[in-house]
Design a protein around this ligand. Structure first.
Ligand SMILES: *Cc1c(COP(=O)(O)O)cnc(C)c1O
Length: 269
């Protein structure tokens, strides 16, 4: 149906860097159009899918241009980077930060302070640390449970079979508002293999809904990035996390963000 490009960093090469407000407006419009077309193909309302621009590695000056172009929430993979940007751009009072990468318990404090959303929850130790810090800060946090749908051993996220118990165990944490599930698909140029990961997340969500505590909502499915967001939308994504198609190709290799990415590349085995 779609010809999604592989979402390795090389796939970002055809995205030139956005350097002006007009560049950002054009890129955002292009992404929104592709999102709307994907919705149309499967009879979904385009308003049911949220675009989360991902600003990792992008400096403050360019992030401010994207803000002028309309970005009001940004995804960042690394906590320290999120915190520094949050501090530097505190004057943009309606800008919200979403942490979408792996978190270590010793950095829970920073997330509790600066983030509106955390999409990579996959351990009870992290949940406990976040809950404690959020109570101190007097804040709540929207969270997504990260699921490993690709079967790759070292990728972050819970195994699908672990999700039900994990979600049950989150119920007592009143500062954590569970919104749904998040995944990173297989890094592959083969659209149908990538699609399998997204389908798995959707069907897992349907199963979990039958047993999940009343305090937990599983409405959201965060899946899809620059190279595969259309496939993700066709499979039910309600949040797509898009960096390179908005900001331009990134030089940082993917394995800096998820350690097994290099192993997943078919050419390197
Ligand atoms: C970087 C990143 C994205 C966005 O990837 P792009 O290729 O820039 O669209 C999505 N999700 C996570 C977890 C990321 O770290």
């Amino acid at each position: 149906m779609t010809s999604a490009t592989p979402h390795s960093s090389a796939a970002g090469a055809h995205y030139p860097p956005a350097r002006t407000v007009e560049d950002f407006q054009r890129n955002l419009a292009a992404v929104r159009l592709r999102m709307a077309q994907a919705c149309l193909r499967v009879g979904r309302d385009p308003a049911s899918v949220r675009l989360l621009p991902v600003s990792k590695t992008i400096d403050e000056a360019r992030i401010r241009l994207s803000y002028v172009a309309g970005c009001r929430e940004l995804g960042e993979n690394k906590v320290q980077e999120t915190f520094h940007k949050w501090e530097a751009m505190a004057d943009l009072t309606d800008l919200r930060w979403s942490v979408i990468g792996h978190l270590q318990t010793n950095k829970a404090k920073l997330v509790a302070r600066c983030a509106s959303e955390f999409q990579a929850l996959d351990s009870l130790r992290v949940a406990e640390a976040l809950e404690r810090r959020l109570q101190i800060e007097g804040r709540g946090l929207d969270v997504f449970v990260q699921i490993n749908t690709s079967g790759e051993a070292s990728k972050y996220g819970l195994q699908p079979a672990e999700a039900a118990n994990f979600i049950q165990a989150l119920a007592p944490f009143s500062a954590l508002r569970v919104r749904g599930l998040m995944t990173l698909a297989l890094l592959s140029a083969e659209t149908e293999k990538v699609r399998t990961c997204f389908t798995l997340l959707r069907t897992l969500r349907e199963q979990l809904r039958q047993s999940c505590p009343a305090s937990v909502s599983l409405d959201e499915l965060s899946m899809g990035m620059s190279g595969d967001f259309e496939t993700a939308i066709e499979e039910g994504a309600t949040v797509v996390r898009v960096g390179q198609a908005i900001y331009g190709a990134r030089n940082t290799p993917d394995h800096y963000y998820w350690p097994d990415a290099i192993d997943a590349a078919p050419s390197i085995t």
